[in-house]
Ligand binder design. Structure first.
Ligand SMILES: NC(=O)c1ccc[n+]([C@@H]2O[C@H](COP(=O)([O-])OP(=O)(O)OC[C@H]3O[C@@H](n4cnc5c(N)ncnc54)[C@H](OP(=O)(O)O)[C@@H]3O)[C@@H](O)[C@H]2O)c1
Length: 389
């Protein structure tokens, strides 16, 4: 280690023989520095400036910054290739889990059809405790903030954006495309209620925030959203702050990686692995193929998206409700695997849960909009995808 920089001086940091630079860009310029490690964060500003300056100076860059790569990955990959230097980012996705290297190297001979992951420890911690203790999202979030598992401003995590940055990188590697955050649909976990966890459990599922990218002959579908996973599937049992990534490809089949997704030590493990690779002379291509050979994926049109859904309705407990809902579903050719009503009430609403068979997504949303307009339906229906195991 030659030199360190941060926003504010760190008098307590033991820096024996290590230079302190107030200006991070000085690290890119210094003649005695061979490799720069960027751990500031942020898609723009100083992190981008340091990444650009480092690569322009012909020095390898190691970064943990998923937001930076999701936004500028293609341009930075081009800059690294132009100078023939490494751009490494193992810590940017799922912390200590070596999934970037697995996709770049060990699984490089496969056609990857799906990457699916629990990519945010904060959300997984919150959902795990909601399910286990019957608590609300708000109650667990407040506790997680006290315990240091959630940031004071939790939006990037709980609204799904941190997972989206990571999924953009995984999908790019899996499908040979430039990272493209704008092509992802992103939904967080704020609307999940303790009732959803209870119903999911009674039906044999667990609710997890998943990042899923799937490729078919018709195009790619990439989304971050809470989803129902069958109990017993590899990702359903991943609890607390642990992360997991499942990769389905041919000829390998399905490979699942599980491990610590954040925190100082797991992140350091990934960063140091990259630094060791650089020291050993590894260069490689940041996204596994030349930047100019990365092709944006065609998006799967909504009308071609199919899947099974969980729909939570809040309805008056009166005759004719099921017939009214069933009529709309029939008109959209949506078939139902189960329909459950929980509880009875003359004065209040009661929850009704539908589980559909595989249906066209546009038909489901048309049906849900029509159901929302029925006089006995109290709230906007809430929908979650069922993730196949
Ligand atoms: N935390 C994790 O578990 C984890 C895991 C994987 C990847 N990452 C990624 O690692 C990066 C850092 O995350 P973190 O959680 O370690 O953040 P953090 O605790 O806020 O640390 C950021 C560091 O960068 C410095 N910094 C920030 N802005 C700067 C600026 N404008 N100029 C100079 N220095 C600046 C800060 O200096 P001061 O201390 O002076 O403010 C601080 O030392 C992010 O890209 C994040 O996504 C984090």
């Amino acid at each position: 280690l030659v030199a360190v920089s941060a926003r504010s001086p760190k008098p307590d940091l033991p820096l024996d023989g290590v230079r302190w630079d107030d200006d991070p860009l000085a690290l890119a310029r210094a003649a005695d520095i061979d490799c720069v490690v960027e751990l500031m964060g942020g898609a723009e500003g100083p992190a981008l400036a340091l990444a650009e300056a480092t690569l322009a100076a012909g020095k390898p860059l190691v970064t943990a910054n998923k937001a930076l790569l999701a936004a500028h990955g293609l341009a930075l990959a081009r800059a690294a290739e132009a100078k023939g230097v490494a751009l490494r980012y193992e810590a940017a996705v799922a912390g200590g889990i070596p999934v970037i290297k697995a996709l770049l190297e060990s699984l490089a001979g496969n056609r990857i059809d799906t990457v699916a992951g629990i990519l945010n420890g904060t959300c997984n911690y919150i959902l795990t405790r909601m399910a286990a203790e019957g608590l609300s999202f708000e109650a667990v979030l407040a506790d997680a903030q006290k315990l240091g598992y959630a940031e004071a401003d939790p939006a990037t995590d709980v609204d799904g954006w941190d997972s989206a940055h990571k999924l953009a990188l995984l999908a790019a590697l899996a499908f040979g495309a430039p990272p493209d955050l704008a092509s992802l649909s992103v939904q967080g976990i704020r609307s999940i209620t303790p009732l959803d966890h209870r119903f999911a459990a009674e039906l044999g599922y667990r609710i997890k925030l998943l990042g899923v990218a799937t490729r078919s002959d018709d195009g790619v579908e990439a989304r971050v959203a809470p989803a129902l996973l069958p109990v017993g599937s590899p990702l359903a049992g991943v609890d607390g702050v642990i992360n997991a990534v499942s990769v389905k490809g041919a000829p390998v089949g399905t490979v699942t990686f599980v491990g610590p997704g954040a925190g100082g030590d797991p992140t350091a493990s990934a960063v140091l692995g990259d630094v060791v690779d650089v020291a050993r002379g590894a260069v490689g291509l940041p996204f596994g193929r030349a930047a100019d050979a990365l092709r944006p994926w065609p998006l799967l049109p909504v009308a071609r998206r199919r899947g099974a859904w969980y729909v939570r309705l809040c309805v008056s407990d009166q005759p004719g409700v099921v017939a009214g809902i069933a009529g709309i579903l029939r008109d959209e050719a949506i078939s139902i695997e189960s329909l459950l009503q929980f509880g009875r009430s003359r004065t209040d609403s009661v929850p009704v849960i539908l589980i559909t068979h595989d249906v066209a997504e546009d038909a489901l949303f048309r049906a849900v909009d029509a159901i929302a307009g029925l006089p006995f339906v109290w709230d906007k229906p809430f929908c979650l995808r069922l993730q196949p195991s």
